[in-house]
Design a protein around this ligand. Structure first.
Ligand code: ARG
Length: 467
């Protein structure tokens, strides 16, 4: 019979027991559960609610249980329903009466959400660290590819030349925003609900703030009904993970595209590619595809939790037990995706020649040919039309803009002079884009400094978080 069997005459059916058990999922939270129980016991002792000798027995007993779970020796029994029951039952079996005093002034409802918040904080911190590692690698690749030019695209059509560093740093900015979302998720988890008991608080003189401080929480929840039923912190974590996965999927898609024969912009290292079981020549970007695919799963985790929470009346409902699996999965999946992407980007070979050859195609100088005329007084719309004519001429001749003669330019508009040929140089065109955040190398260097500063300060922020 279960620990709550006082008012029951029959045990729950075997099937219902398995159906209702969360142990297969929440056994991952054993460290948090034990930390929460130790803090609760110490506070009960300090408040004179249970004897000091019992506190000592409880803390030692819980430490022994933690070691036995660590060592894989603890025998989990599905009949214990969840990690809270499993540990408490073992504690009572080990130390008797003292163990039976642990649950004074506490409910599994505030216990489980305390464990889950501790777990979420830890996962957010780990994710922030993995996020930082990926950003460091992007910065490093950007530094190494300051001079590599490639076509910038809109509609996947060649648009204007950009430097590879600029393109890579675009992702560093996305991941920097994701870091902030993860930090926000950390913050929303960082509130201690213990002491809310089942739903209404408790008559025991608990010191909620002492427990919170002991567990490294920054504050305590303010409403016991909300405290036991609030899972917004898991939504925040799942949302942060979803957005970051979406960003990863965009980068993954470019990795897939860029490693095709058609593009050939990058070659993935063997360590981050797979072969084909039938086609000997194949080298597939499986891991980039998988990162792209995992996004569906993480977004699914977010949607599942949103729907679970929808219409739930106050306060605790068993539906809430469904909160952990998806959020744990989302966090683990994102961490794996960060690590995989980081390794892939760190080890890929950049084929500057292929990018350089591609940038010559598609008349990427056309905007600047128009701007040339504008700077000499022609209204932009007229200049746009003139450059369009020149592109058409190039198409007819099968040549590039910088292969036209000055006479061809002059025939289109008399404002063209000798220097138009040099004005078509693609690196110069990119470099001239010096607006803040532009692709000119001088602007990229400023941008790099900003990105590196953010990586630094986010790194110190991570360090400052309690473990
Ligand atoms: N296993 C439960 C969960 O994950 C713990 C809380 C159970 N509380 C209850 N009143 N049945 O949500």
């Amino acid at each position: 019979m279960a620990l709550w069997s006082g008012r029951f005459t029959e045990s729950v059916s075997d099937f219902a027991q398995r159906f209702g058990a969360s142990l297969p999922v929440d056994r991952q939270l054993y460290r948090q559960d034990i930390a929460g129980s130790k803090a609760h016991a110490r506070m009960l002792g300090a408040q004179g609610i249970i004897p000091a000798a019992d506190v000592q027995a409880i803390v030692e007993g819980l430490d022994r249980i933690e070691r036995s779970i660590d060592a894989g020796e603890f025998v989990f029994d599905i009949n214990d329903e969840d990690i809270h029951m499993a540990i408490e039952k073992q504690l009572i079996a080990d130390i008797g009466e003292a163990g039976a005093r642990l649950h004074t002034g506490r409910s599994r409802n505030d216990q489980v959400v305390t464990d889950t918040r501790l777990f979420a904080k830890e996962r957010c911190r780990q994710l922030m660290e993995a996020n930082l590692q990926l950003r460091r690698t992007l910065v490093q690749q950007a530094r190494q590819n300051m001079d590599v030019l490639l076509p910038g695209y809109t509609h996947l059509q060649h648009a204007q030349p950009v430097f590879l560093a600029h393109h890579l740093l675009a992702y560093a900015h996305m991941f920097a925003r994701d870091f902030k979302r993860l930090a926000q998720a950390y913050d929303s988890a960082d509130v201690c609900p213990l002491g809310s008991a089942a739903l209404a608080g408790t008559t025991y003189p608990l010191d909620r703030r002492a427990v919170a401080a002991d567990l490294g929480f920054s504050s305590i929840t303010a409403n016991s009904l909300d405290a036991v039923s609030d899972r917004d912190f898991l939504l925040d974590l799942s949302y942060a993970a979803s957005v970051s996965c979406v960003h990863l999927s965009r980068l993954a898609e470019e990795v897939v595209l860029w490693s095709t024969t058609e593009f050939g912009y990058i070659t993935l290292s063997d360590a981050f590619s797979t072969g084909s079981s039938i086609m000997p020549q194949k080298k597939n970007p499986d891991f980039a595809e998988l990162i792209r695919g995992k996004t569906g799963r993480v977004v699914g985790d977010l949607v599942a939790l949103l729907v679970t929470l929808k219409s739930l009346p106050l306060a605790y409902n068993k539906d809430l037990q469904e909160d952990k699996e998806g959020a744990i999965d989302a966090a683990r999946t994102l961490e794996d995706c960060y690590r995989c992407m980081e390794g892939m980007i760190a080890t890929m070979q950049v084929n500057a020649d292929a990018m350089g050859a591609s940038v010559q195609k598609g008349f990427l100088a056309a905007t600047d040919v128009a701007d040339y005329l504008v700077k000499r007084g022609l209204p932009f719309r007229r200049a746009h039309e003139a450059a369009g004519h020149l592109v058409k001429l190039c198409e007819q001749r099968g040549c590039n803009l910088d292969e036209l003669d000055l006479a061809d330019f002059k025939a289109e508009n008399d404002l063209f002079e000798e220097d138009i040929i040099a004005a078509c140089d693609l690196a110069a065109i990119a470099d001239a884009r010096l607006t803040e955040g532009g692709t000119g190398r001088a602007a990229i260097r400023d941008q790099l400094a900003l990105v590196e500063k953010a990586v630094q300060s986010d790194g110190s922020f991570c360090e400052s978080l309690s473990r």
